[in-house]
Design a protein around this ligand. Structure first.
Ligand code: ADP
Length: 175
């Protein structure tokens, strides 16, 4: 993560772009993190419409973003909760004036305080209290994810409130 942040700051992060089915990338990450989710009895489900959404992307970097978002979902959701990952096409609108693919990672976890929401995409921000209760991390995952999504011409944001789960959404242009 630290190496990635220095690369980003030096303007040296480069994307290796190929056309890839985003659904397959999502499935790959779900398969990888499934065992961890199972240990916490967390249901991890994928919702895809339509089945095939091909996007020009850096696959490794997209795996990194999805691993961060889904991994955080698992980390910050209590036993027996659930996480859904939805991938769908989205028509242009004021928020994003291009045809896009919309990816939503939603969990039933501990949620994020209102005042923390605007800080979590900033470098080294970990919401206080979380780590003191024993949940580790660097606070770099989300800033890196944001940078990767922006380098793909996309947008990322979160909607959450304390105790009510979190919903991270990113958009990528379909070209
Ligand atoms: P890390 O998880 O390594 O600390 P991140 O940048 O991925 O770093 O996340 C920053 C902080 O945002 C986390 O420490 C946590 O406080 C909060 N956070 C991120 N995702 C979630 C989530 N799904 N539910 C609750 N809090 C979250």
């Amino acid at each position: 993560d630290l190496l990635d942040i220095s690369k980003i700051e030096a303007g040296k992060m480069r994307l290796n772009l190929t056309v890839v089915d985003l659904g397959e990338v999502v499935q790959h990450v779900i398969d990888t993190l499934g065992t961890w989710a199972k240990t916490k009895d967390i249901k991890l489900e994928k919702i895809l419409y339509p089945d095939k959404i091909e996007i020009l992307m850096d696959t490794d970097r997209m795996v990194q973003v999805l691993t961060n978002l889904i991994g955080n979902g698992i980390k910050f959701t209590n036993k027996g909760g659930s996480i859904s990952v939805e991938v769908k096409e989205r028509p242009p609108d004021e928020l994003f004036p291009e045809v896009a693919v919309q990816v939503t990672v939603q969990d039933t976890g501990i949620g994020i305080d209102y005042e923390d929401i605007k800080r979590i995409f900033d470098k080294f921000e970990q919401v206080k209290g979380v780590n003191s209760s024993g949940i580790g991390g660097t606070g770099l995952g989300l800033p890196i994810a944001k940078e990767i999504i922006q380098m793909h011409g996309g947008k990322i944001w979160v909607e959450s409130s304390k105790g009510c789960g979190s919903k991270f959404t990113f958009l990528l242009p379909m070209q």
